[in-house]
Design a protein around this ligand. Sequence first.
Ligand code: BG6
Length: 484
Amino acid sequence: LEQGCLSIIVLGASGDLAKKKTFPALYHLFEQGFIQAGEVHIFGYARSNLSDEGLRERIRGYLKGASEEHLTEFLQLIKYVSGSYDSGEGFDKLNKEISAVEMSNKSGSSRRLFYLALPPSVYPSVCKMIRTYCMNPTSRAGWTRVIVEKPFGKDLDSAEELSSQLGELFEEDQLYRIDHYLGKELVQNLLVLRFANRLFLPLWNRDNVDNIQIVFREDFGTDGRGGYFDQYGIIRDIIQNHLLQVFCLVAMEKPVSLKPEHIRDEKVKVLQSVNPIKDEEVVLGQYQGYKDDPTVPDDSNTPTFASIVLRVHNERWEGVPFILKAGKALNSRKAEIRVQFKDVPGDIFRCKKQGRNEFVIRLQPSEAMYMKLTVKKPGLEMATEQSELDLSYGMRYQNVTIPEAYERLILDTIRGDQQHFVRRDELKAAWQIFTPLLHDIDAGKLKSVSYQPGSRGPKEADELSEKVGYMQTHGYIWIPPTLA
Ligand code: BG6
């Protein structure tokens, strides 16, 4: 890790994301010694009139359970600067504050990390201000890097426009487009799993795999964010970014090496191999009660649930449906990948109805991987049943704390590693896949069916999965093992 003065500037410091994710992640990095007093200075920037203490108190509220000693020390590193997002005055003031701490630091270096916890509508103006007023001085060793949050645009054209606006101000290696799913432990494990295990290499293709599901479920609605959500919908909120990133890692070819550019090259390739989405392979849903939110228009057609089949036109995956499914206000909260294998040819046990082999990667909660297998039912009878090989992280890694996604990604940015960030061409390819569908939904050509909150979502989605080949195992439930 490089040493020397590091300034982390959180823009939108009084907003939700900053309080819930950014500052807590910084605290955890501090607690573990990845960022240290004397070297790091944190600045919160926002429009509200707030004192340093005022901001620190707000942050404290989100760090329940932290050690008092560490917390007090951490909070002392934070300063607040108020200003608007489009005036030189505020950013000039911010720059002076940053320069002052750099001057007093003996290392003579200047590393500046800007975290935009802001709505994308202000990205262009904020980036322009940073470029004009706040870049690291060239007389000092260091860098300026900018982390931006989704949504990066609303469709292909708006995303490209945003990309070129930012591209005029910063080089690609200064821009870190964050997708926090890429910071999750089991998402980061995908490359290892696929390419470091002989077991999977020959199986991971159309000859053996029948279908793949990538599923996100939440057991709460759009509570309090209806206004934002209605502009975007579940496809832009979850599928086009989080699930598609997971899809890339599941479906892509083996990269030449682990270099970030090599990995991202493969992601772009697989995205470019996705066929246009067919209307009959899409189910949209909206939960009953969504429109009760006063910030949501009464005639909203915005989906809060979607199930979309992606088809990859290449040698490995021709004919294998990838079902990407996401929904709010469902009966459970979880995210998982399900790789379902084909039936055993010439099966002498005739146990087809019991279910197929399925490899499940549970991203959250309770990280786990398990492989559903058919085994002999223990006992005197010669009967078969479904069981599993189970790697549950809570059991296997008992004294290991799994880091938060944001923690990891901020550390990557400090280290200058862009592997787990979205490259510009990758973003473009992602929007190319979904834009025609999104335009049809926005134009009302495709309608959301209504579903009961707290349910599995529209029954049409289950029917679609079945139609494209997914076979549900009846009578089998995986029970995550718990410590005695
Ligand atoms: C965010 C979405 O990107 O991800 C939210 O905007 C969603 O709608 C959240 O709730 C889910 O993240 P996680 O890490 O809780 O699965």
